[in-house]
Design a protein around this ligand. Sequence first.
Ligand SMILES: C[S@@+](CC[C@H](N)C(=O)[O-])C[C@H]1O[C@@H](n2cnc3c(N)ncnc32)[C@H](O)[C@@H]1O
Length: 180
Amino acid sequence: MATEEKKREVRESLITYKPIGIIHSEHTVQEDTPIQGIFNPSKGSVEVFEEYAEGLKDIEKFSHLILLYHFDRSTGSEIVRKPFLDEEKERGIFSIRHFNRPNPIGFSIVDLYSVKGNILEIGAVDILDGTPVIDIKPYVYQFDNRKEVKNGWVDDTHVGEIAGWNATPKGLRKTERTSL
Ligand SMILES: C[S@@+](CC[C@H](N)C(=O)[O-])C[C@H]1O[C@@H](n2cnc3c(N)ncnc32)[C@H](O)[C@@H]1O
């Protein structure tokens, strides 16, 4: 068990990361960007900085990646707020995926189409152009897939019905594109 001293040390610490790459995407306006990549499939790429490119060895064999990135255009944080998909009730920030959070870390599972040198061509992008990438991990079915999932408040929304719609921070609208 961590001691009180260790707890204090952790609570007072500051953590700094250096981006390992940058996102290129068609999304330049925060409120027009899909709130999850699954809602309005769009393509983009990750440019991994040369000094980390060797770390991409063997990545081309994976179909999906987990991207961790910095919400660099987040504007402060609230500990309780209404999620985009349910305007009725406030939820704790750790029960929702809003970009304004205590540590503005984004997480997206994206499709991996190809690897050309230090460029990863990806799909299902809900990330703004120019976003700093903190880490890339392979999505592994054996590790990451769960059975009998409970989806909290999300199960009370129409999420299941709105694939083929574009859900953005502005609201929902039918998209012309239902696939890439
Ligand atoms: C609701 S978040 C969900 C992102 C991610 N899939 C997650 O679950 O953490 C998606 C929204 O984040 C916003 N966003 C994307 N990149 C951002 C960035 N670099 N800074 C601030 N907001 C960003 C866009 O408005 C997009 O609609």
